[in-house]
Design a protein around this ligand. Structure first.
Ligand code: ADP
Ligand code: ZN
Length: 435
């Protein structure tokens, strides 16, 4: 039986949801127009007045906001309330460039924590659970978001932050953590360390994990579920829109429900900006309709995914987004072929390797090169040493079948690739450095 944090909202009919969104959107557009000169100029330049926006259907009349706009407006340019009304600042991880800062009123923090409470509840968490929060605390939104959500749900919260992996495992054991929250790459690392310490999932009481903040494949999910003996749930969010909990996975584990009472989602063609129908891959765009301090309208996330509507088997009616498999600017074009890190990860895990790998792209004599270093497990290391080159060739062929271009594969010794306690960096594109 699915558990809900806000059943009234999470199972609302699509007509009622649209009416709620339209009402909130009208208010939000007025708020932003009146209080943010940067936004007012953008709307005036496009010839759009607040009264032109009456319902969700009118959203397309509004201009988009991009990360570049946020950087230009840094730090206070998009603030929509007096600074004295704000109680918190967070910042992006800066994965793709200069950090962006976001502001929160107490109301904004409350609604964000409410979204995270929905995610914890959907993963089966409740007042009897011990929630270990191993996302980083600080400017990063991961720690604070899940921490706040866990408090709301009434779970016993362990504010571990990331790092100190052996202590994480000691607390999982000694304090009986039942829900683990961290990045999927850190979850994989914790699972690996548990194995190295001679422990098995049966020694732990963990039942669920809530993992997000970076892309991860279905293969990675299965591998983590096995190593920790849990059900692993995806969670999505971004600092600009609030933080984790913009969307969360339910027991079906087939896409994440977007908290539509707070965020309107659209999918657009990243080239033309045209709105695409449900079921089509494109760039995800969010409009926050309840935030006070930092309300972004039509913010382009650069995350590529698909939206699907309809009632989910869990009972929720909230629109679902597929796992974003990278940002539009993360797509590598190598020898003219589009390549995503996730495709390579899929092959590696399917072939029995760990998710410890590094992709390096460069340009040598005007030709793109693709080198993939793949770490062997201790068992693979002893088995495969003698036919290392054959194994590398086989793996290169499996990747070629997926990508359409041939990489050079380098099998490397166990524990030689750096582990991640936060967001993993698995691609180095040196071509960008030459440009
Ligand atoms: P930065 O953009 O600097 O990494 P954030 O920490 O706000 O800053 O990260 C938000 C981004 O992280 C999202 O736009 C998305 O690309 C990625 N992300 C977050 N959750 C997920 C997830 N569950 N799956 C894939 N990518 C995710
Ligand atoms: Zn569902």
């Amino acid at each position: 039986m699915a558990k809900f944090w806000r059943e009234d909202i999470e199972t609302m009919s699509s007509e009622d949801m649209r009416a709620l969104q339209s009402e909130r959107l009208r208010k939000q557009v007025r708020h932003v127009y009146d209080n943010v000169p940067y936004y007012r100029n953008m709307m005036d330049n496009k010839g759009v007045a607040p009264d032109d926006i009456q319902s969700v259907d009118d959203l397309k009349k509004l201009p988009f906001l991009s990360k570049a706009d946020l950087r230009e407006a840094y730090p206070y340019g998009l603030l929509a309330v007096p600074l004295t009304d704000c109680v918190r600042i967070h910042s992006t991880s800066g994965t793709t460039g200069k950090r962006v800062v976001a502001f929160y009123t107490q109301h904004d923090v409350d609604l964000w924590e409410d979204c995270c409470a929905r995610a914890i509840t959907a993963a089966g968490g409740g007042a009897d659970d011990v929630v270990q929060v191993a996302y980083g605390y600080g400017l990063f939104t991961g720690g604070a978001g899940l921490h706040g959500g866990s408090h709301k749900v009434g779970s016993l919260t362990l504010p571990m932050s990331s790092g100190n992996t052996e202590r994480q495992i000691q607390f999982i054991q000694d304090l009986g953590a039942t829900v683990l929250c961290c990045t999927p790459s850190y979850a994989a690392y914790i699972g690996e360390t548990i194995h190295d310490m001679g422990l098995s999932p049966d020694d732990l009481q963990l039942k669920a994990g809530i993992f997000g903040a970076e892309p991860w494949t279905e293969e990675m999910r299965r591998s983590i579920e096995k190593s920790l003996g849990i059900k692993a749930y995806d969670i999505y969010g971004l600092t600009e829109i609030s933080g984790p909990g913009v969307a969360f996975e339910c027991c079906e584990q087939k896409g994440m429900h977007i908290n539509e009472d707070h965020f309107i989602a659209e999918i657009i063609d990243p080239e033309t900006g045209e709105v695409l129908p449900d079921g089509t891959v494109g760039e995800l765009v969010f409009t926050s309709i309840t935030k006070e301090a930092f309300p972004l309208l039509r913010y382009r996330t650069r995350d590529l995914c698909v939206l699907t509507r309809g009632k989910c088997a869990c009972g929720r009616t909230l629109v679902k987004m597929a796992k974003p498999m990278g940002r539009s600017d993360d797509m590598m074009i190598i020898r003219g072929v589009n390549v995503f890190q996730s495709q390579i990860e899929t092959v590696l895990i399917e072939q029995g390797y760990s998710p410890n790998y590094l992709i390096e792209v460069d340009r040598v004599n005007n030709t793109d090169t693709l080198d993939i270093s793949v770490e062997m497990t201790a068992e693979q290391f002893s088995d495969k040493m003698k036919d290392l080159q054959d194994t590398e060739r086989e793996l290169a062929s499996a990747i070629t079948a997926m990508l359409g271009i041939r990489p050079k594969v380098h099998l490397v010794s166990p524990k030689t690739i750096a582990r991640s306690e936060g967001k993993a960096v698995r691609v180095i594109d040196r071509r960008k450095l030459h440009d």
